[in-house]
Design a protein around this ligand. Structure first.
Ligand code: UT7
Length: 333
């Protein structure tokens, strides 16, 4: 939906990220499953990922750390926050929502909040959602968090998935802005016919937890990587191209592509289609792997120092569902 006609635009006014200390390297993984540093690096671009080892900590703890960083940086008070949207596919529990737990952990006593489930595209969907609350004129400080403890749903005996994912969290603050900056346009899509290729089979209302589901490993991620790869390459590039065209942007007009970090080959294909030089593409997959909802805010966090006011930025993602999308924004500071 094009947001230009709405009265109040939303800008990202601060960004923060948090990853756990423990570094799980390709070398360590190659002692756990039949894989190699060479295979993982050439097929995915990943060299290491962070893992939240403390069994008493969960997604809300990482989200809370990211939000504490955001509060410190932006100078806002926790009780000024109106809304927390937490994009995640690994909530601490099915309910209460992770957003409730994060609000409690940071003292956001006047906020409401909810979780948003759209797998790897969830941060984009949540950002677009937060923008609508700002545009309504009723909310002034909306926090959008992408956080996932992927290690909690990864089978570390399955070399097809365990090398890919990592844990982390990122957060942005959305505030009202003048019309010529902030979030400008978004294209978001779902296609549930792709659900069979990337999913967690059990733990929901279709297949509640049972001895059988545990025995069959149905509480872990299942991915048909080849098929997901095909759809990801096409759809992420298509949607990025579409958002550029309808905003009259050429490759040279785009300052940064912030792609979901699932596979370096998918990122490269998207950048090529946008005719972007690789120097304009944010890539941190080598150090964090795929942190699902956290990849995009973690990129913004890592690149924050290099961003300039009015930079044209395209965010793009593809993930389970299938879900995918792109957002065009002008950096505001
Ligand atoms: O973020 C959400 C969306 N997810 C994605 O976008 C992920 C998209 N998919 C991918 O990124 C890639 O498909 C993977 C990285 C998951 C896999 O790479 P691939 O090049 O598609 O490999 P493949 O699944 O076709 O497997 C090729 C071979 C197979 O062996 P055979 O059958 O050719 O003998 C696999 O068994 O590589 C084998 N293999 C491995 N070998 C060493 C699979 N995983 C590993 C591994 N180490 N970790």
């Amino acid at each position: 939906m094009n947001t230009k006609n709405q009265n109040i635009a939303a800008k990202i006014s601060a960004v923060s990220g948090w990853v756990p200390d423990y570094v799980l390297t390709n070398k360590e993984l190659s002692k756990m499953v039949d894989t190699s540093d060479e295979w993982i690096t050439t097929r995915t671009g990943i060299q290491e990922r962070r893992i939240l080892k403390d069994p008493t900590k969960a997604t809300s703890d990482m989200g809370a750390e990211a939000l504490k960083g955001l509060i410190k940086k932006s100078g806002i008070k926790a009780d000024e926050i109106d809304l927390i949207i937490c994009a995640t596919v690994t909530p601490d529990m099915l309910f209460p929502s992770t957003a409730c737990l994060i609000a409690d952990k940071v003292g956001a006593t006047k906020a409401f909040g909810f979780d948003l489930s759209a797998a790897c595209s969830a941060f984009l969907f949540a950002l677009d959602c937060g923008q609508k609350y700002i545009s309504s004129g009723l909310y002034k400080k909306v926090v959008v968090i992408g956080a996932d403890k992927m290690s909690s749903i990864v089978d570390y005996n399955d070399r097809k998935t365990c090398v890919i994912f990592g844990d982390g969290a990122g957060a942005v603050l959305l505030e009202p802005s003048s019309k010529d900056e902030g979030l400008i346009d978004s294209i978001l899509r779902v296609d549930g016919s792709g659900s069979e290729y990337l999913k967690m089979i059990a733990g929901g209302s279709l297949n509640p937890a049972s001895q059988e589901t545990v025995k069959n490993g149905h509480h872990y991620i299942y991915q048909d990587g080849k098929t997901v790869f095909k759809f990801a390459v096409t759809n992420m590039a298509d949607v990025s191209d579409e958002i550029m065209k309808r905003n009259n942007l050429k490759g040279e007009d785009v300052d940064w592509l912030v792609p979901h970090q699932a596979n370096l080959r998918i990122i490269d294909a998207t950048a090529r289609r946008m005719e972007l030089d690789s120097s304009k593409v944010m890539i941190n997959i080598h150090k964090y792997g795929n942190t699902t909802a956290a990849t995009i805010p973690l990129c913004l966090h890592d690149w924050e120092d290099k961003l300039k006011k009015n930079d044209n930025i395209i965010l793009a993602a593809f993930g389970g569902g299938f879900t995918w999308g792109a957002i065009y924004l002008k950096w505001a500071y």
